[in-house]
Design a protein around this ligand. Structure first.
Ligand SMILES: *Cc1c(COP(=O)(O)O)cnc(C)c1O
Length: 379
């Protein structure tokens, strides 16, 4: 008789990731505001670099990403030897879990934290543990209280997706110092949207247990190219490089990303335009009685009285060809996440279909999901 063929523990716990929808049946003018993409796309220089790379598709890429790491190091003032590049920052998150967490180990993150942390923890056979937030903001005390001797990794998206909120660097330092047994990962995918914020780079330079992750998928407008990077203590980066596939990034990806990181003008223009559109959209929503938290990123989390209202609004927006993101999977069933688009799309979102304007009742957040969370939620 054939033996039962089973995967490693944890893998069947993974719920398949649902990407943001891209189309509305019967509409050619649909606007995708569901994946936090840059509506302006990448720098022209990045586009040209990718096209140039097409002339050398028969060559293997270089394995050490030296040129891209040098460019990132130069632009951000960081030591390139402490940088690792990956297939999106998702791959860096994955490397961290694979390298540092296994069966019996815990991977901590917050209630409305990015879904990849849970997926990567399960993929490594580790136990994902979620702690509550305080009114949709990362609660450092809850993370400290939730950490045990078995905690190996703590992921904090800062700003967080899908809430758009963030905590200060002093709070992140307090967390890192309180949990010397764990690596604190500052996921700074949206750092470029925040003025005067280094994404945790200085902390990752100074402390032995802080790693910062960054991406080319958001403000750089290169989500389709799949490039991200991590920065941290030399010893940790060395470990991650040992499990990195030698050819994880294609030549086109490396050269496109290098051109993108060097084009500071494009980043500055996108940051300024995002801030302008975001303020405008937040105000328009407020006027319609739809509250939002102050967002530090390129999306806004619109809050409704209940799940039924949020879903009715999603349907009404879809009927207008506007695709936003339901975030029930993030424990926010009464909210919709709306990516900040360009001016044309904002004009289409802001009138806000009539089905959406029921006055909002006070918002009650979804409670803890299980016993363990309940315990962590009330230390
Ligand atoms: C979009 C996003 C990422 C980036 O993912 P990539 O794999 O780099 O495309 C990472 N973290 C958060 C919180 C995000 O929202």
């Amino acid at each position: 008789m054939a033996r039962h063929i089973a995967p490693q523990p944890g893998i069947m716990e993974i719920a398949l990731y649902q990407g943001g929808a891209a189309h509305v049946a019967g509409r050619s003018d649909a606007v995708k505001l569901s994946s936090n993409e840059n509506p302006f796309g990448p720098s022209d220089k990045a586009r040209e670099a990718v096209i140039r790379a097409a002339h050398n598709l028969h060559r293997y890429p270089n394995t050490d990403h030296a040129s891209l790491r040098a460019a990132i190091g130069e632009v951000h003032g960081l030591d390139p030897d402490r940088i690792i590049c990956g297939v999106g920052s998702d791959e860096i998150i994955h490397f961290l879990c694979q390298a540092y967490a296994g069966p019996g180990d815990e991977v901590l993150f917050t209630e409305h934290g990015f879904l990849m942390y849970r997926i990567s923890a399960h993929a490594a056979g580790a136990t994902p543990v979620q702690v509550r937030e305080r009114d949709r903001v990362t609660d450092i005390d809850a993370l400290i209280a939730g950490a045990t001797d078995n905690t190996r990794l703590i992921f904090v998206a800062n700003p967080n997706n899908p809430t758009g909120t963030m905590v200060g660097l002093a709070d992140l330092e307090r967390l890192a110092r309180a949990v010397p047994q764990a690596i604190v990962v500052v996921d700074a995918a949206y750092a470029e949207y925040v003025d005067e914020y280094d994404g945790g780079a200085e902390l990752a330079t100074r402390l032995p247990n802080v790693v910062m992750t960054r991406t080319f998928s958001k403000i750089y407008g290169l989500g389709g190219l799949r490039v991200g990077w991590g920065y941290g203590p030399r010893a940790i980066i060395d470990v991650l490089n040992r499990i990195r596939g030698p050819f994880n990034l294609s030549t086109a990806a490396m050269e496109g990303a290098e051109a993108a990181v060097r084009d500071r003008d494009h980043v500055d223009r996108c940051r300024a335009e995002n801030a302008r559109m975001r303020a405008w959209l937040a105000e328009a929503l407020m006027e319609k009685g739809v509250p939002t938290d102050t967002s530090c990123a390129n999306f806004i989390l619109a809050r409704f009285a209940d799940q039924a209202t949020a879903e009715a609004c999603d349907e009404a927006l879809k009927a207008e060809g506007l695709i936003v993101r339901r975030v029930g999977g993030y424990g926010l069933p009464n909210c919709l996440r709306i990516t900040i688009g360009d001016e044309a799309s904002r004009r289409r979102v802001a009138p806000w279909p009539s089905g959406c304007s029921r006055p909002p009742a006070p918002v009650r957040m979804a409670g803890p999901r299980n016993e363990r969370d309940r315990r962590l939620a009330s230390p």
